[in-house]
Ligand binder design. Structure first.
Ligand code: PBG
Length: 329
């Protein structure tokens, strides 16, 4: 039926009918807030991410309280390792008294109902800034790295992490971590696999925040993170991670990869997440600071778009603001 029987604008005419036909929702339940933890007291701003700060554990607890009040389901923890604690073998990554492990214990003691997600990857701990252990040529060695990742993931689970999230893109790490968790009795620990993680240029501000940019220098991560040109490969990665025991999968970055989010959700129908990464956040913040974009409207539209593409939830540095904006309506 064509015009005039069909007038698409009839349903758009009033707020009530726009609300009735709305297909996608965005609520605080869909948000995961990534936070940076550091050793010094107090807070330190991240210049390339206005509004984001590195937090001491005390300050992290304050932020966690706000997140809980806003009904955000979970935080994702990213430790900032002091340069002197970094090493070639990334030993600080599995230290039971390491910054991340202490932060997890403090959070779970104060806010047991708030989900705590930890990042499993070696880049905050390696002197060279790669996510794994390197050989003499600087190549990231897969199987040796997986052993280190297992130790790191176990130390997170022992500290009380609800979810471990391997973001390293080594082959076989999900299966190895799953088996080790089962053997150690951590049968409830969930694995959120960064399954389709691309070698993206949008991670720049994050690398400033955790201090891996300087360590990495001109090197890149293309031998393990995915080529932005590929889509079928993402489905293979997700299939493998699910087969190895992932409970949830992630696509990263978010907005430039919505086609991947859609394919993953349609193909597998599993809990699917997207990471609106630091560069996506920085772009919106910079444009808003110049008065070129409406921050609130654009941030909420970007998050809704990620949901519409098929993501069940989004890791976003806008989480606190978005939850407040959604509450204000
Ligand atoms: C490292 C890691 C990165 C991010 C999350 N975990 C950076 C990288 O792979 O270099 C990026 C997150 C962001 O940009 O917000 N394992």
């Amino acid at each position: 039926m064509a015009y005039p029987d069909t007038r698409m604008r009839r349903m758009r005419r009033d707020d009530f009918s726009r609300r009735l036909m709305r297909e996608t929702t965005l609520t605080a339940d869909d948000l995961i807030y990534p936070v940076f933890v550091h050793e010094p007291a107090g807070r330190a701003p991240v210049p390339s991410m206005p509004g984001v700060e590195r937090l001491s554990i005390d300050e992290l607890l304050r932020v966690a309280e706000t997140a809980s009040e806003l009904r955000i389901p979970a935080l994702a923890l990213f430790p900032v390792t002091a340069p002197e604690a970094k090493s070639a073998d990334a030993a600080a990554s599995w230290d039971p008294d390491g910054l991340c492990q202490r932060a997890v214990r403090a959070l779970k003691a104060r806010f047991p109902q708030l989900g705590v997600i930890t990042d499993v990857a070696l880049d905050p701990y390696t002197s060279h800034g790669q996510d794994g252990l390197v050989d003499g040529d600087g190549y990231v060695m897969n199987d040796a790295t997986v052993e280190a990742l297992v130790r790191q993931a176990l130390s997170h689970a022992e500290a009380g992490a609800d979810v471990v999230a391997p973001s390293d893109m080594m082959d076989g790490r999900i299966g190895a971590i799953r088996m080790a968790l089962e053997e150690a009795g951590h049968v409830h620990t969930r694995i959120l696999a960064y399954a389709a993680k691309y070698a993206s240029a949008f991670y720049g501000p994050f690398r400033d925040a955790v201090g891996s940019a300087a360590a990495l220098g001109k090197a890149d991560k293309k031998t393990y993170q995915m080529d932005p040109a590929n889509s079928d490969e993402a489905l293979r990665e997700v299939a493998l991670d699910l087969d190895e025991g992932a409970d949830m999968v992630m696509v990263k970055p978010g907005l430039p990869y919505l086609d991947i989010v859609r394919r993953v959700k349609e193909t597998f129908g599993v809990p699917t997440f997207a990471y609106q990464v630091s560069g996506e956040y920085a772009m919106l913040k910079a444009a808003a600071a110049n008065g070129w974009l409406d921050e609130r409207a654009c941030a909420l539209e970007a998050l809704l778009s990620i949901r519409r593409a098929g993501a069940d939830g989004v890791l976003t540095y806008f989480a606190l603001d978005a939850a407040r904006w959604l509450r204000e309506g």
